[in-house]
Design a protein around this ligand. Structure first.
Ligand code: F6P
Length: 362
């Protein structure tokens, strides 16, 4: 096996488990194959700006034998989820060329992987992807790095909110991230005992939520409720809550407040409603055990694909093990939304959760 110089980068919004994946890539590439590994700071932005690459060692941030990468949140390489890559293609390709890499392992969501795949074709790079996102909406993989930790973060918040909700007879509305996908809200809502779970894939009505809260009170003498709402949740008319930021980008924001105000109105102010927007807390913290295992397995498999001379592929999680698919195929199947007829949604309904107007699904 000839000695290789491998580049590794993180791209898109960060999440817990990125450093664990970097650690696995570096350890396997160095210990099993004896390759050199360079960390590319800030992904394509770093290549464009010619930011100095970081020489990574098998005990990257070794502190008397303690390697913190396994449990550190965020990414030691930095990441960006904005910028005009197409307009800067030549600069990015030149930056990559200057590093003299044999292959790149990119840890990113489907958006980043699709852009990088295009650059790889133009620059003749060998590219292997590793999927990450707390939204868990990357196609053809059952899991992406970061999702499990984010679910646990939301569940922790729900548990804490349930006691104060019960003490004050309040409705707690908890807004989660997820963009157009409801995986995070649905999984955390079930695990955290939510009474209402609103996701983009199933439209809701305010009346439906009010009826549920009324039923809890009348039938079960439960005077409080937990409402989990994904940032992209939509009404029957297809309306979500959006705003345009100063750069002109459309962003999802405000669904928690909207639901709270609508509930207060619908219930004639008979209930007290409070809102918690979890925001970027969901992207922070130490990765869960499951995310560390996933990140380690993905890192190992990505390096093996490089060793096998593969390119243009992404490692994915299927049936409890790592597999790989082509980046193009994966992007074609992204974003992967919640199947409204899935067992998980049926589970939520079966245990008494209002999950929207399922009768109005196509
Ligand atoms: O895709 C991950 C995600 O955290 C989404 O759930 C969320 O809408 C978005 O990123 C937030 O991005 P930003 O970091 O730009 O605020």
């Amino acid at each position: 096996m000839t000695k290789k110089r491998l580049g590794v980068l993180t791209s898109g919004g960060d999440c817990p488990g990125l450093n664990a994946a970097i650690r696995a890539v570096v350890s396997h590439a160095k210990l099993s194959y004896g390759w050199e590994v360079l960390g590319i700071p800030y992904g394509t932005q770093g290549l464009m700006d010619r930011k100095p690459a970081i020489e990574l060692t098998a005990h990257g941030l070794d502190l008397r034998g303690i390697d913190p990468l396994l449990n550190m949140g965020g990414t030691i390489l930095g990441s960006i989820n904005k910028g005009d890559t197409i307009a800067n293609t030549d600069k990015i390709l030149a930056g990559c060329e200057a590093l003299g890499l044999d292959a790149i392992v990119a840890i990113g969501g489907d958006g980043s992987l699709s852009i990088l795949s295009e650059l790889a074709k133009r620059g003749g790079w060998k590219l292997i992807g590793i999927p990450k996102t707390i939204d868990n909406d990357v196609g053809l993989t059952e899991r992406a790095i970061g999702f499990d930790t984010a679910v646990n973060t939301v569940v922790d918040a729900l548990q804490k909110l349930s006691s104060t909700a019960a003490s004050h007879d309040r409705v707690m509305v908890v807004e989660t991230m997820g963009r157009t996908a409801g995986h995070l809200a649905l999984n955390a809502g079930i695990a955290g005992g939510a009474d209402v779970i609103l996701i983009p894939e199933v439209p809701y009505t305010v009346e439906g939520i009010c009826n549920k809260i009324h039923e809890l009170h009348e039938t079960w003498k439960q005077n409080f409720a937990l409402v989990v709402v994904a940032e992209g949740a939509r009404t029957l008319a297809g309306e979500s809550r959006k705003y345009t930021d100063l750069q002109g980008n459309k962003r999802l924001r405000g669904i928690g407040d909207y639901i709270a105000d609508s509930l207060s109105q619908c219930m004639n102010n008979r209930v007290e409603v409070r809102v918690t927007v979890l925001g970027h807390v969901q992207r922070g913290g130490m990765p869960s055990a499951l995310d560390r295992i996933l990140a380690s397995s993905f890192g190992r498999a990505a390096v093996d694909l490089v060793a096998a001379g593969e390119s243009g592929r992404v490692v994915v999680w299927r049936n409890g093990d790592v597999d790989s698919v082509s980046i193009e195929e994966l992007c074609l199947h992204s974003p992967r939304l919640v199947d409204p007829y899935s067992g998980l949604l049926k589970t939520a309904q079966a245990i008494g959760t209002y999950v929207g107007e399922v009768d109005h699904l196509p």
